[in-house]
Design a protein around this ligand. Structure first.
Ligand code: GLC
Length: 621
């Protein structure tokens, strides 16, 4: 269903402008009918003008302060609509977990519109662009559909499905007004100890390249199309290749390897006209990316020809000199390196002041400001923000819709990877008895992982959807007895099968780095042992953001399913457990036989427990 985008149609806005001009310039005497035509709007306000002409006209009307403001993105908790307009901010973001109260889609649309009305009310009436991380659905919003994280979509190996998920995400995002999504992460995760492994589609560049259709799903056929949202290829470059999987660490590789492993997804993104690229916190051979003129200006902008917006990461310029906070030198270095938009959530006023001083001193040229503003304004015009700045609330109905949830459940099914099966799967729906246990069996927060409602995500009933246990109860059918206890209290050998759902609890970014081990926690190990001791055929389901070190446990279970981070529609796992969907997922990560193998990747000569591409199916019945 194609719905119009963004509230009142273009015509009504132009009529409104004309009406204002008329009211201000001509008061016809009583009874008179002659009226002078309103002056034409300035070219930049005329949607019939080509975008380059609109950009040039507007740029010519902007002061240095206007141009500097456009390059700065504040965070909603520190920049009210009045603050944003007062500082001429070009953009505002919601960081992970930064939502209006109440956290409803409607309330998001109200918040967004408040920012836009204030922005449009400024002298030049430049709309702002609002960014969020909708990395697996509109995941900050309570009740939104939460899709599997990228590691599961990589295993599903279904590029069309990935694009459909992005389109559904764009609809839910657009309903709340938001125009800019800091997704997809096109990182190539090379070390499972990295806390962002689950944001990666796989350990090879082609895993990311194959799923770059996220960009098309988000951006649609045109940025001003119905429910189109600007995508962001992130994080340029080498974020997944740091030594030891150290988040924001150092990618110590040759330029040849950097180009071979980490560059292809960005080339693909540029070929798909991605609107923005986010720079990585990480370093390359000791030099922070955020100050790297060769990689940003010469490689990304010149060699690859990227013409969209280059945005910094959150407070990332602070890290260039290794000291807390940012300095005039870091502002100058990152601007001159080619970054166009600066994610400075709190200290945006200080950034503006320092950059102004650098421009006045001639250390940052106005030509650089013009390049950045040309890129930013071009996207704002292409998005149609000047004509339709307000949320298109007709898409609110898509948030958490049954249609989107069914799409998510299908993605959950296809993302499951069956690692081992000695015959315990598929489970029978024959009226027998099934025991379900494990800390991740009945926990929508754990099965959704990080970037869900809050930045880090959290355990518990954080949003709406179905847990793995809900799914088992639904799919097993009325005649099957399903018992549940998180720690398997009450299990005995009268049960025909046991499903133990174990794994990780939510985390995001560096909080998820695991430099010391990838073992199951004590609770999981105890639950597995308790169940194993009964002799009941045991199915272990691993809900985690990466391959874990489960070699010692594999021999003690009859079947092992990698479920990854399925999101809000956990019932999709049950569809596979009962054979309603024959498992089709394939590993896009080499599964280490032991922790000391890390990092382990295709072609490195190491012997994995399960190799890249591994994934079993049920035998034909
Ligand atoms: C975070 C992440 C980045 C995200 C940004 C805004 O630190 O590195 O992926 O888009 O900040 O939330």
């Amino acid at each position: 269903m194609t719905l119009p985008r963004r509230g009142p149609a273009r015509g009504s806005r132009l009529t409104a402008i004309a009406g204002l001009l008329l009211a201000g310039s001509v008061i016809a005497p009583l009874g008179a009918t002659a009226q002078t035509a309103p002056p034409p709007p300035p070219p930049y306000q005329d949607p019939d003008q080509p975008v380059p002409a609109r950009v040039a006209d507007l740029l010519g009307r902007m002061s240095v302060d206007d141009k500097i403001g456009q390059m700065v993105q504040g965070e909603r908790a520190s920049a009210t609509p009045a603050d944003a307009a007062g500082h001429r901010l070009g953009s505002v973001l919601s960081g992970g977990g930064s939502w209006p109260a109440p956290n409803t889609a409607e309330s998001w649309a109200d918040m967004y519109d408040a920012y836009q009305r204030e922005a449009m009310d400024s002298p030049l009436g430049i709309p702002l662009i609002y960014g969020v991380d909708a990395v697996h659905g509109h995941n900050n919003v309570h009740g939104a559909t939460i899709f599997p994280h990228n590691i599961g979509l990589g295993a599903a190996n279904d590029a069309e499905l990935t694009e459909d998920i992005a389109r559904a995400t764009a609809e839910e995002v657009a309903g709340t007004g938001i125009d800019w999504n800091f997704a997809p992460c096109l990182c190539v995760a090379r070390d499972d100890r990295w806390g962002r492994t689950y944001e990666s589609f796989g350990e090879l560049p082609e895993d990311a390249t194959r799923n770059a259709g996220v960009i098309d799903g988000l951006q649609g056929d045109a940025l001003n199309g119905p429910a189109s949202v600007m995508a962001t290829a992130k994080h340029f470059i080498g974020d997944g290749g740091t030594t030891g999987g150290d988040d924001q660490g150092d990618t110590e590789v040759s330029e040849a390897e950097l180009r071979r492993v980490h560059l292809p997804p960005f080339q693909e993104a540029i070929d798909r006209n991605v609107g923005s690229v986010m720079i990585s916190y990480s370093s390359w051979n000791g030099e922070k990316l955020h100050g790297h003129e060769y990689l940003i200006d010469e490689l990304l902008k010149q060699e690859l020809g990227f013409s969209g917006i280059v945005i910094s990461d959150y407070n990332a310029i602070d890290q260039i000199d290794g000291e807390e906070g940012f300095t005039a030198e870091e502002v100058r270095q990152s601007v001159n390196a080619g970054i166009d938009m600066f994610m400075v959530p709190e200290d945006y006023a200080k950034f503006i002041e320092l950059l102004r001083a650098e421009v006045d001193a001639g250390r940052v040229s106005e030509a650089r400001l013009d390049d950045a503003n040309t890129r930013i304004l071009t996207k704002k015009f292409e998005l149609g923000l000047f004509e339709r700045p307000l949320a298109d609330r007709s898409y609110l109905q898509t948030v958490g819709s049954a249609e989107h949830r069914e799409l998510a459940r299908d993605a959950v099914r296809k993302s499951q990877v069956l690692l081992k099966n000695d015959g315990a799967l598929p489970l029978a729906k024959d009226g027998g008895k099934i025991f379900v246990a494990g800390k991740n069996a009945n926990d929508i927060g754990n099965q959704s992982g990080g970037w869900t409602i809050t930045w880090q995500g959290e355990s518990g009933p954080t949003t709406t959807g179905t847990t793995v246990l809900d799914g088992i109860r639904e799919v097993a059918g009325e005649s099957t007895e399903v018992a549940y206890d998180r720690e398997a209290e009450g299990i005995d050998d009268s049960y025909g099968a046991a499903v133990v759902v174990v794994g990780e609890t939510p985390y995001a970014e560096h909080e998820g780095d695991r430099p010391d081990d990838l073992r199951l926690d004590e609770e999981d190990l105890a639950t597995l042992e308790k169940v194993r001791a009964t002799g009941v055929p045991t199915v272990a389901v691993l809900v985690s953001g990466r391959p874990m070190d489960i070699t010692e446990e594999v021999s003690g279970v009859d079947a092992l399913l990698a479920s990854w981070l399925p999101g809000s529609e956990g019932a999709g796992v049950a569809d596979v457990l009962f054979g309603d969907h024959n498992p089709s997922g394939k590993l896009t990560f080499s599964w280490a036989r032991d922790f000391e193998q890390q990092p382990i990747n295709v072609g490195d000569g190491k012997d994995p427990l399960y190799g890249y591409g591994h994934g079993l199916s049920y035998p034909a019945s």
